[in-house]
Design a protein. Structure first.
Length: 520
């Protein structure tokens, strides 16, 4: 391409403007943007001074597209909802999601740009591989592709570990070479920049007056219960990998997701820099900068969830910038990193309205479920001793169960009198006396707790002293006392053999590793 030419592009499924901002930073003219969600389209229009109407791209007529002779580049991000593992446990409607990808490719084929790129969640890379093969649902578009890769946005200066599928036709090797020149940004950089005086954009280096800084209101700190639930979900999840709690500020942020509740595995929770021991989620502005939106970029949603959704759904503008730079065939030695880019995003004339932050729940449904493992007795890959509630005949019933197996075949062992008697038969008198002493102390505290008491505490309808988290912590202490009092030299091989017999479908390696804890 001749460098003097003003390149022109089309943005499909444009969202709030991540791709368009990448164009602006690259000096590329945006001929047209197409988006169906009202809040996202308004955010795009307000930031760029455009008047695009909402459009269902699935039914978009080709006559509404620019003249193909005017188009150099096509970019965009078809909806990822149906492909995301966060949607229905990864069981979204893939056929429905493919309709948007197919429509995207139809437009690319019609406009025939020199270069094009499509962004989506990593899972789509494998789906494309399959569907572009002979007999696949996208076979007719296979010749459009020269690139199908998964990249980490953090490798391109975005302060977030956000892996994304990038597919299309553009100079792949040139784009990959850019990662060598990128400075690494961390979540701490984002927080420190916003706390500086005046507030500063950690990605682009721009400052802003305090009175112009929007969407940086902090919500109420997590309650002790919310903190515990987040900690358990991230650090002791029975199936998924362990996460940091709170977030490790010295690294790029974890992936900013579209849905973000006060209690969830996906939510990014930090220890507040100014209030040690207090925890909160990221503000909208912190999320925006972690996505590499400039500090002056505004989000026009009517609720906190709407703003979080539009940011979480977006492509990081800085990643879009470097993809477009490769389309412009920018040599590595001429490439500018984020704080050298001359473009500075102007503050829109009309600022968005302030929206309320989420508050801790005051009450919960009477049948609110509880499923958490006992401390010391969570062994990973689904193996755990768990306190949970059920509602036979509509009434709460609390019990402890032992789970083992795998995510597709979870099994349990009944913790009944027979199991107890068999366990005790493998111990000597000294160990049995130690167990009796420990359990008597526990029962003196726990025997008065009724099923209804626990449920009322869990739904905030009753005495908080009988909270189920307090109960499983007591059970964890009971484990420590029993473990300390048991002489495992007596009957140790019989205990291991018996546990292997109980857990027939579990791997011997896992039993050998944890048989003492399971026996206790």
């Amino acid at each position: 391409m001749q460098k003097s030419k003003k390149h022109k592009a089309v943005d499909l499924y444009s969202g709030i403007g991540g791709w368009t901002l990448g164009m602006k930073m690259s000096g590329v003219e945006n001929l047209a943007s197409f988006e169906w969600w009202t809040d996202a389209n308004r955010t795009h229009n307000m930031n760029f001074g455009t008047d695009h109407e909402e459009v269902d791209i699935r039914s978009l007529e080709k006559s509404k597209l620019p003249n193909p002779q005017d188009v150099d580049l096509v970019v965009g991000s078809p909806p990822c909802t149906q492909f995301s593992f966060a949607n229905k446990g990864g069981n979204g409607d893939l056929d429905d999601g493919l309709l948007d990808i197919k429509r995207f490719l139809e437009v690319v084929k019609h406009l025939a740009p020199k270069y094009w790129a499509m962004e989506n969640v990593p899972r789509v890379s494998k789906i494309l591989e399959k569907e572009l093969l002979p007999g696949g649902k996208l076979e007719q578009y296979s010749k459009l592709f020269t690139v199908n890769m998964v990249v980490n946005s953090a490798d391109y200066g975005v302060p977030q570990n956000r892996k994304r599928m990038i597919a299309g036709n553009f100079p792949e090797k040139l784009f990959c070479s850019y990662a060598k020149k990128m400075p690494r940004k961390t979540l701490n950089d984002v927080l420190n920049g916003l706390c500086s005086n005046p507030p500063k954009d950690a990605v682009y280096g721009h400052g802003i007056k305090h009175e112009l800084l929007t969407d940086n209101s902090y919500e109420a700190f997590l309650s002790p219960e919310e903190e515990r639930m987040n900690r358990e979900a991230k650090t002791f999840h029975p199936v998924y990998n362990k996460m940091s709690f709170p977030e490790d500020l010295g690294r790029p942020a974890r992936t900013i997701t579209a849905t973000c509740t006060r209690v969830s595995r996906e939510s990014l929770v930090i220890e507040d820099p100014k209030e040690k021991g207090k925890f909160r989620r990221l503000s909208v502005r912190e999320r925006g900068i972690a996505q590499s939106f400039p500090i002056s970029y505004q989000f026009y949603g009517n609720s906190i969830s709407s703003k979080n959704k539009m940011i979480g759904n977006a492509i990081p503008p800085l990643l879009a910038y470097y993809i477009i730079q490769s389309m412009l065939e920018r040599p590595l030695d001429e490439l500018l990193h984020s704080q050298e880019i001359p473009y500075r995003h102007p503050m829109p004339r009309e600022l968005p309205k302030q929206v309320s932050t989420d508050l801790p729940g005051k009450a919960y449904p009477k049948k609110r479920r509880f499923r958490y493992a006992v401390p010391h007795l969570r062994f990973g890959s689904g193996m755990r001793f768990e306190l949970s509630n059920t509602f036979p005949n509509g009434l709460p019933k609390w019990s402890i169960k032992f789970f083992f197996g795998n995510s597709k075949d979870i099994k349990t062992v009944d913790l009944d009198q027979h199991t107890l008697r068999k366990s005790l038969s493998l111990l000597n008198a000294k160990s049995i006396n130690a167990i009796c002493k420990a359990t008597l102390e526990f029962h003196s505290k726990a025997h008065q707790i009724k099923d209804k008491d626990l449920q009322d505490a869990w739904t905030r309808r009753g005495d908080r002293c009988s909270h189920p988290f307090a109960l499983i912590d007591e059970l964890g202490l009971l484990y420590e006392k029993i473990e300390e009092g048991i002489d495992m030299t007596y009957g140790i091989s019989m205990a291991r053999d018996w546990i292997q017999q109980l857990l027939k479908s579990c791997s011997n390696a896992k039993i050998n590793k944890f048989y003492k804890e399971i026996f206790v």
